[in-house]
Ligand binder design. Structure first.
Ligand SMILES: [Zn+2]
Length: 246
């Protein structure tokens, strides 16, 4: 027997299935990542639901839920927001698609985390409403928030080896993918995976602690660093394709 359940979520992937149906991955508030099927979604004129189902849309769905089933069946869909400004702007779309990729790769079924869900909706609205070309900055803020919530948190204050405070006054601050930031003293005897200039360290620290930044230079290096860091911990993750595609 299936139960009827209601869920709120963001569509992170959409794949046509057979002649007329769509399978989608939903990052849902209540059930983590869910695979859903909307039968008849592609049949023209018959079912208006198809247009509501688009990647990055925020929807409310009523589903026939069966625990043992891999793909749940959609009964009804209501559109909450389709983020038209994101869809109409390539830079916004590129970074928001990368957010969808992170969610699609790292979020599992039945993973419930209200703060991550609300933070994801909040960043999409910030992208939607932004008029100042700060896409890369918004994306890094989200990426750092995302790794805090998925178990890859970085300690920006203390050395991962001796636990002393990191002195941000040095010209170069070393990072080891395994240990985290390492102080100058420990750096003498350990391998580093990445080096931060004083400026770059200042920028990533400000972004992590939700402070304003005064330079948007080198943001791409921070994104590359975060991708490498997460790939080190999850080798199956092959990087963010959206960032290369656009
Ligand atoms: Zn140390």
């Amino acid at each position: 027997m299936s139960e009827i359940k209601k869920t709120s979520g963001i569509i992170i992937r959409k794949i046509p299935f057979s002649d007329s149906s769509l399978i989608l991955s939903l990052y849902s508030r209540e059930f983590g990542k869910l695979s859903l099927i909307q039968k008849g979604a592609l049949r023209q004129g018959k079912n208006k639901i198809g247009s509501k189902i688009d990647t990055l849309n925020h929807i409310e769905a009523v589903i026939y839920y069966k625990n043992e089933r891999d793909i749940q069946l959609i009964k009804e869909v209501e559109l909450v927001n389709y983020f038209p400004s994101i869809k109409g702007n390539l830079e916004k779309l590129k970074y928001c698609s990368a957010i969808g990729e992170l969610l699609n790769f790292f979020i599992m079924e039945n993973y419930e985390n209200e703060e991550l869900f609300q933070g994801t909706l909040k960043i999409l609205s910030r992208f939607e409403n932004s008029t100042i070309n700060d896409e890369a900055e918004l994306f890094i803020r989200y990426f750092l928030f995302f790794i805090r919530h998925t178990g890859f948190e970085i300690n920006f204050k203390k050395c991962g080896i001796c636990n002393n405070y990191i002195d941000s006054d040095f010209d170069i601050i070393n990072f080891n993918f395994e240990k985290g930031f390492i102080c100058t003293h420990c750096s003498q005897n350990s391998f580093h995976s990445f080096q931060f200039s004083k400026e770059l360290f200042k920028i990533i620290t400000c972004l992590n602690f939700k402070k304003e930044i005064h330079s948007s230079k080198e943001l791409n290096n921070i994104i590359k660093f975060l991708e490498q860091y997460i790939r080190y911990h999850v080798p199956e993750f092959s990087g963010l394709k959206s960032l290369k595609m656009f």
